[in-house]
Design a protein around this ligand. Structure first.
Ligand code: ACM
Ligand code: ZN
Length: 611
């Protein structure tokens, strides 16, 4: 190397080193759209104040929320004062500006002040979330943290979300979760800058929302006689013999709507129709074809043939239910389900068949389309819009419907093609009920395989979409079906850290996506989850085995681990090796492998046999 090249090389190494140290200070998920590292830090002390505009109650509320969290963990008592335009030293200044979108913000940290500018209170809230991530992880705790330096590295951030709809779903029918847990779920969503909670309130296995006009929906429909134990496909199936139930009162649901609104989260309720409705039919048999009084709240998982009969009395019932739902939930969207509705009962019901003739419909798919259209008309007349699963495309889409594309991306593409808004939630990328690690080492789940790297690689704008149709993709969400999540700890296990990956897909720029960088930042996110007592999955720390045939027909085994700082060790016949290159399988062998950080095991010891 000649000396000039050598100098450039040293200089480059120096700058990349500086950059890496700089970058290590900013462990933000989802990564901001633009971040300029700066030297120095802002130190919180007894002189720190928060300044905000007292004419804006939302700003004042957020300022108080901010200082009370800091007080809780640091003991510092930071006053909230009226902003009188004088840029005091030691101030944290909240300010609304007119030059940016409602969820966008700018955050400037200097040694003397922190300035947060946003287009609306939501943007200030998101700036606060970013600011928390610049602070020591103890900011997420709920008690005084000792020996923590309360400071923030200097930085300039300009940030805005990529997608308007950033959602997370929860099925509370298959298993029921307390109001306290729903609040924890919403808190965690807010940290990830998500803004829509899709609350799946009704299904075959339980009706979970009080409807005053129809008390049996909860008296009867919220309780099932027993629950399937273990896996659906075990033979014979086993049941626990214990009644299971739970529901939310309207007051509790309103409390959740208000709690979510304070975190800039909209709650979209889902009332399933015409399928997934056994709990309603068990409560009021007149809703079923042939007034079947033998229908019970389902005790097993799956798709059931008993569904709402589309006669006028059923619509009157559903309209009354939706009237109460609209009164609780102010969201523009009401989700009406629409998925997985077998047509068996409609085929053999004289009322259904007469209706097909009278309306001159082609078949039972036409009846499903009529069902959804009629409910859409009702909700549109009340100023609301429907969302439905992609089966609402069958037989003709209702004119103003938004489609939630779950069976893949085709439904979403078709709907966008026809000028409808869509939310992408394909089973291959967004179903957080699927396994996130090797099923043999994970708690029982419904099936599938969705490691966090696959969530991170997800792109909501499907390549088949025409350029003009991309604007119809409002965003995406993760779905959390709870057949195999009997308690809230298991929900947390399935949702985290995959939600961190999805948050970056939804918030950050497409070209900012960088798996290597993300998995480094995830290590800090885990520390935050610990502070928040979130039972996140540790699959990230397990070794994955991949085998491949070489050109000379030998089997090679590759070991890898998502944890970027892990060292992998493996054992063959009791001998220990550090993994540096693929292992050649030259006889039947059992490979045991485990990931370590600084010689301490961080993942499970896993074992695989190769031939
Ligand atoms: C669904 O997963 N059935 C929407
Ligand atoms: Zn019928």
């Amino acid at each position: 190397m000649n000396s000039n090249i050598m100098k450039i090389f040293i200089l480059l190494s120096f700058f990349s080193g500086v950059f890496m140290i700089q970058a290590a200070k900013y462990q933000i998920i989802p990564i901001p759209q633009k971040l300029i590292p700066k030297n120095g830090s802002f130190k919180f002390n007894s002189k720190t104040v928060v300044l905000c505009d007292f004419n804006c109650p939302e700003e004042v509320r957020l300022a108080h929320q901010f200082v009370s969290q800091i007080q809780l963990v640091s003991g510092l008592n930071i006053p909230v004062l009226r902003n009188q335009q004088n840029l005091n030293a030691r101030a944290i200044i909240f300010k609304l500006t007119t030059d940016s979108g409602a969820e966008s913000y700018r955050l400037k940290v200097t040694p003397n002040f922190i300035q947060i500018n946003a287009g609306a209170a939501a943007g200030i809230f998101y700036a606060m979330q970013t600011l928390y991530q610049l602070m020591p992880v103890e900011i997420y705790g709920n008690k005084l943290a000792h020996k923590v330096k309360w400071q923030v590295p200097c930085v300039e951030i300009v940030d805005a979300p990529r997608f308007a709809y950033r959602g997370l779903h929860l099925d509370v029918s298959r298993h029921f979760f307390s109001i306290n847990f729903i609040k924890k779920y919403l808190d965690a969503m807010a940290i990830h800058k998500l803004n829509t909670f899709h609350w799946h309130l009704t299904d075959d296995q339980g009706w979970r929302i009080e409807i005053k006009k129809y008390p049996k929906l909860t008296q009867v429909g919220s309780i099932r006689a027993q629950t399937l134990e273990g896996y659906y496909f075990s033979n014979p199936q086993k049941f626990d013999g214990k009644p299971y139930g739970g529901f939310y009162t309207q007051d509790e649901a309103r409390e959740i709507v208000a709690y979510a609104a304070q975190r800039f989260i909209t709650v979209i309720p889902e009332i399933e129709m015409p399928g997934h409705s056994e709990a309603a039919l068990a409560s009021y048999p007149f809703l079923s074809c042939n007034n079947d009084t033998t229908i019970r709240v389902a005790t097993n998982w799956g798709i059931f043939k008993d569904v709402f009969c589309p006669r006028d009395t059923t619509f009157r019932f559903l309209e009354n239910v939706l009237t109460e739902i609209m009164d609780i939930f102010p969201s523009k969207f009401i989700h009406i389900g629409g998925d997985e509705c077998p047509k068996d009962r409609w085929k053999s019901c004289s009322d259904c068949q007469q209706l097909i003739q009278k309306l001159d419909l082609k078949d039972e798919n036409g009846l499903q389309s009529y069902f959804i259209h009629r409910i859409e008309n009702f909700l549109n007349a009340h100023g609301r819009s429907i969302i439905g699963w992609d089966e609402i495309l069958d037989g003709g889409l209702a004119p103003n419907a938004t489609v939630m594309s779950w069976r893949g991306t085709a439904g979403g593409v078709e709907a966008a093609n026809a000028g409808h808004n869509v939310i992408m939630t394909p089973v291959t990328s967004c179903y957080f009920d699927h396994y996130q690690g090797d099923p043999s080492t994970e708690p029982l789940a419904i099936g599938g395989f969705l490691p966090i790297s696959q969530v991170y690689a997800y792109e909501p704008i499907a390549p088949e979409l025409a350029a003009n149709d991309k604007k119809y993709v409002l965003g995406s969400q993760a779905n959390v079906w709870t057949e195999y999540m009997p308690n809230s700890r298991q929900v947390e296990y399935m949702v985290f850290p995959r939600l961190a990956a999805l948050s970056e897909v939804l918030w950050s720029g497409k070209n900012q996506r960088n798996w290597n960088d993300f998995r480094g930042r995830l290590l800090t996110q885990f520390e935050r989850y610990k502070q928040l007592d979130i039972n996140y999955s540790k699959a990230f720390f397990n070794v994955s085995f991949q085998s491949q045939l070489t050109t000379d027909h030998q089997t090679q085994v590759f070991l890898s681990c998502d944890d970027p700082i892990a060292e992998i060790y493996y054992w063959i016949s009791g001998k220990k090796f550090r993994y540096t290159h693929p292992i050649i399988v030259d006889k039947n062998m059992i490979i045991n492998a485990q990931a370590f950080e600084k010689k301490i095991p961080v993942g499970k010891l896993l074992s695989k046999t190769f031939h």
